[in-house]
Design a protein around this ligand. Sequence first.
Ligand code: ATP
Length: 344
Amino acid sequence: MEKQYYVQMKDVNKSFGSFQASKNINFGIEKGKLVGLLGPSGSGKTTILRMLAGLETADSGDILIDGSVVNDVPASKRGIGFVFQSYALFRYMTIYDNIAFGLKIQKWPKKRIKERVYEMLKLVGLEGLENRYPNQLSGGQRQRVAFARALAPQPQLLLLDEPFAAIDAKVRLELRSWLREMISSVGVTSIFVTHDQDEAIEVADQIIITNQGQIEQIGSPKDIYRTPHTPFVAQFIGQSSVVENFQKLSGFENADIHARHAAVRPEYISVTKQGEYLKYPIGSEEGTVEATAFRGSEIELKIRVKDTVLTAKRLLDETPVEVGEKVKVFIYRVYAFDEEKAYV
Ligand code: ATP
């Protein structure tokens, strides 16, 4: 029997003029899941979200919500809540009226509206702020109001378009874990667009990776991190470098001769300066440091090894390496790929 999905796209295509923004999109999302649509800019994430929302129509294929084809159902009838990147709150309305907005449109009785608004204020942790106006709140608080407003009418599906993009880095981190907890307590199926790998990995139950209008891989954050199916996914998640003909690397001469490429994650590379030694040195490569970048507790290095540039890391408290320095590079593990698909 086919798995029960709450949201589904089947063979969906969408073009804008001669440009195909969605190519043969297929996925299914189970009820109650929090799903991240992740991909680089222009890869088609927003187009997928807008088709689910009913703000764009698919050229072909089916869009299903709760088992029914909704291709011809207008946006307002799809039972969807939205949260956008910019808060999109009504500036001249109080927080109370912002949250009550959708309920008034749906003609909820006044008493129930009041109960629901207070319930929502509690859910998003903004009790006592109902009489303020949006410009009297911080960015993070405003985005919480946007969530409260979207969830108030009890949508069956919540769509979030880069919900944290306009918020400063520290608050964004707090909001991510808050969002995860809040969505799981409400239990609403939710899909959010992001181009930030960390955000998707941290927040989502399941990630859909888009690239050039297509889906590259669907899976849990762990699956995608551990078993990338394509070189694109390996590079996009976890900063892997892709190496061609990796059997030429020292220590990998006997690796699968059918595999053409390998992805190498920074975690599986050790870099030593002259005079530094590893306890168990296996085959090493000579490399030249091309760039260094400070990343908090680590220094990110770009190291040229033969005709490839590898991303590697050293801890901040290790002796620094300089651009142009010759180093030894020890690669412990690679993920091998055929032309397109990974060996799993
Ligand atoms: P971003 O992260 O930059 O928002 P995205 O992955 O969400 O990107 P989409 O917004 O879905 O990508 O756009 C995919 C492609 O479709 C882009 O090349 C974009 O220029 C094109 N596109 C989207 N909407 C339209 C439109 N209404 N008319 C023409 N082209 C469009």
